[in-house]
Design a protein around this ligand. Structure first.
Ligand code: PEP
Ligand code: MN
Length: 342
């Protein structure tokens, strides 16, 4: 449920509401707005009506509204304004600006990640991506450089003034990844790894949650709810294509999902055209379509020499093609009433 406080409700009145929520075994999630404070109260559905009655009578409370959606904190019901998530002091995702994240699928060497960082920075990317722990279909394929890769990514990000996003594959590595990363990525294959979701929910750092290969939008939002329910509201939702009967692309980019997310949730929406496309020549049109459908950000794979890439070379853009894509995105953003930040 959502407890909407009256304009000018005092901090004592807010504290009393929170105390009552907690006494019922519910978790409080206050959202301090400019106009007024709203407190999300999430707990077991059974005692909901009784608690709602009690809260409605407390001083300073304007209204108590049940949240009908199963994803509570994630839903637009709990928060009308769209969330803007600060990646660092310079870069935020959400709002009127469009931010592009880019870099190689995997960090392969010091030289490779520096070349990639320089290229994407020059083209206007604001966040550097790169995997150090890779979820590969075959155990014999390159698995990533691990912590050494994280260090290389962080150093390249620092050298070119970009925060970094990188995947955390298992719960065991959360603290290590969090030491280096500005944004922790939960990959598609881990979207329903609830232990991992809870673990990143304990952090303050932003989480880029990718939609599972065969998951519904509702399941996707329930996974986001796992992170928010732990107190981390900094979640970016990423559509990266789903598995369908179609084989012409690696995955089917679900633009419908992008549109639905804009209605259902206040969280920023990211589109990954690279893993949807599977081949580089399809990346630009899918990226443009993603923006047009309402994405707040894109995450694009770029490699200095895609032919030599240790993972996802076929779908990686060359620096030159990435630069051309960025140019074309400026116009799409403008047509959508937004500004591409470069
Ligand atoms: C990746 O970002 O390189 C990746 C493995 O993505 P996904 O989890 O979407 O397949
Ligand atoms: Mn990849």
């Amino acid at each position: 449920m959502i407890v909407v406080m009256k304009h000018g409700a005092s901090s004592e009145q807010i504290d009393i509401v929170i105390k009552e929520i907690n006494q019922f075994g519910y978790k409080d999630h206050p959202i301090y707005g400019v106009e007024r404070t709203v407190i999300g109260a999430i707990g077991d559905e059974q005692s909901k009506w009784k608690l709602m009655d009690i809260l409605a009578q407390l001083p300073g409370v304007d209204q108590v509204i049940p949240i009908m959606k199963p994803y509570k904190l994630t839903s637009h019901e709990v928060k009308q304004q769209r969330s803007v998530i600060a990646i660092n002091k310079d870069v935020s995702i959400g709002g009127d600006n469009i931010v592009v994240m880019a870099g190689p699928c995997s960090v392969e060497s010091e030289e490779q990640i520096h070349a990639a960082a320089q290229a994407v920075k020059t083209a206007g990317a604001k966040v550097l991506r790169g995997g150090a722990y890779k979820p590969r279909t075959s155990p014999y394929d390159f698995q990533g450089l691990g912590e050494e890769g994280l260090r290389m990514l962080r150093d390249a990000g620092r050298a070119y003034g970009m925060p970094i996003v990188t995947e955390v594959l298992r719960e065991h590595d959360v603290d290590t990844v969090a030491k280096y990363a500005d944004v922790l990525q939960i990959g598609a294959r881990n979207m329903q790894n609830y232990g991992l979701l809870k673990a990143v929910g304990q952090l303050k750092k932003p989480v880029l949650l990718k939609r599972g290969l065969a998951n519904t939008v509702k399941e996707f939002l329930m996974s986001a709810e796992y992170i928010l329910s732990q107190g981390n509201y900094n979640v970016l939702l990423c559509e990266r294509g789903i598995r369908t009967f179609e084989t012409a692309t690696r995955n089917t980019l679900d633009l419908g999902c992008v549109a639905v997310l804009r209605f259902e949730t206040h969280l920023p929406v990211v589109v990954d055209p690279s893993h949807a496309a599977g081949q580089w020549s399809l990346v630009a049109p899918l990226a443009r379509a993603g923006l047009a459908a309402g994405a707040d950000s894109l995450i694009v794979e770029v490699h200095p020499n895609p032919h030599d890439a240790l993972s996802d070379g076929a779908q990686s853009l060359t620096p030159k093609n990435f630069d051309a894509l960025m140019e074309s995105l400026v116009k799409i953003a403008e047509a959508c009433g937004r500004t591409l930040i470069r």
